[in-house]
Design a protein around this ligand. Structure first.
Ligand SMILES: CC(C)(COP(=O)(O)OP(=O)(O)OC[C@H]1O[C@@H](n2cnc3c(N)ncnc32)[C@H](O)[C@@H]1OP(=O)(O)O)[C@@H](O)C(=O)NCCC(=O)NCCS
Length: 228
């Protein structure tokens, strides 16, 4: 893991990927990867209009969540190691109660190689260790098989369904959650804001209102929505 002098993570290297903290400069190389309309079939966002528009959005995301929101926004650009090609993005929103929602997008050309699995595995570990996240959440359109298969491969557990809207249509989402260490007996370290780690606060029963990952009711992840 590579950090600035101030301690922020600038980029990390996994087996096949280089994952970089998202900056304005990523708009140009990512625009080509993210312009394909098919990417947005099941996510309530539209393709970026231009590299400039994307640059403006990335600049706002790089500033982080609004002061006082109690959230942490983390956005990453994903590229192949040893290649100039950027292949997608990763996103996490961490709430005050240390639950986190995640979202991911890969360019069609680079799907089916396990890159999303590799990137998300890193992300989950990073959030658990660096941000002390105690519960991961994600929602995905029931028709988005690649996405729910990815979540299940990552050992997310389907919790139910919920109604949502996507491109003006009523749709159904699967709601998923995952413990930081799935499969182990649950010893919650979740705390309320300001609580001490290790206290016995109960796990969340449902995602915080309006903070479902990737697909909040109004159409985008909290971070992306606020950055528009
Ligand atoms: C979801 C997405 C990131 C998956 O990327 P990927 O690199 O193909 O995923 P991986 O190769 O790591 O594979 C993960 C799982 O998805 C499955 N999968 C991949 N593409 C698939 C497809 N077109 N149809 C069905 N399953 C598919 C893989 O087989 C694997 O499941 P398995 O372990 O049961 O075999 C990619 O399809 C995408 O960017 N979609 C558009 C954006 C999107 O919808 N994001 C989700 C927002 S909630």
């Amino acid at each position: 893991m590579f950090r600035t002098a101030g301690g922020s993570v600038t980029h990390i290297i996994t087996r096949r990927l280089r994952i970089e903290a998202l900056r304005r400069e990523h708009a140009e190389p990512l625009f080509a990867a993210l312009a394909d309309p098919s990417i947005y079939a099941y996510i309530p966002e539209d393709p970026p209009e231009s590299a400039d528009a994307l640059a403006g959005r990335y600049a706002r995301l790089a500033e982080g969540a609004p002061a006082g929101s109690g959230q942490v926004w983390l956005n990453w650009a994903v590229r192949l190691r040893g290649s100039p090609a950027y292949i997608g993005t990763l996103q996490a929103t961490v709430l005050r109660d240390r639950t986190a929602s995640i979202a991911y997008v890969l360019a069609p050309l680079h799907r089916g190689h396990g890159y999303a699995t590799e990137a998300c595995r890193w992300l989950l570990g990073h959030l658990a260790i660096e941000r002390r996240v105690v519960e991961f959440q994600a929602t995905t359109d029931v028709r988005n098989e690649a996405s729910w298969r990815l979540l299940e491969r990552l050992r997310f557990v389907r919790m139910g369904e919920e109604l949502a809207r996507c491109h003006g249509q009523a749709v159904t989402d699967f709601r998923y959650r995952r413990d930081p260490r799935p499969g182990e007996p649950r010893h919650s370290t979740r705390t309320d804001a300001g609580g001490a780690p290790g206290s016995a606060a109960p796990m969340a029963k449902s995602p915080p209102v309006g903070q479902t990952t990737g697909r909040p009711a109004d159409g985008s992840s909290p971070a992306l929505r606020a950055a528009r």
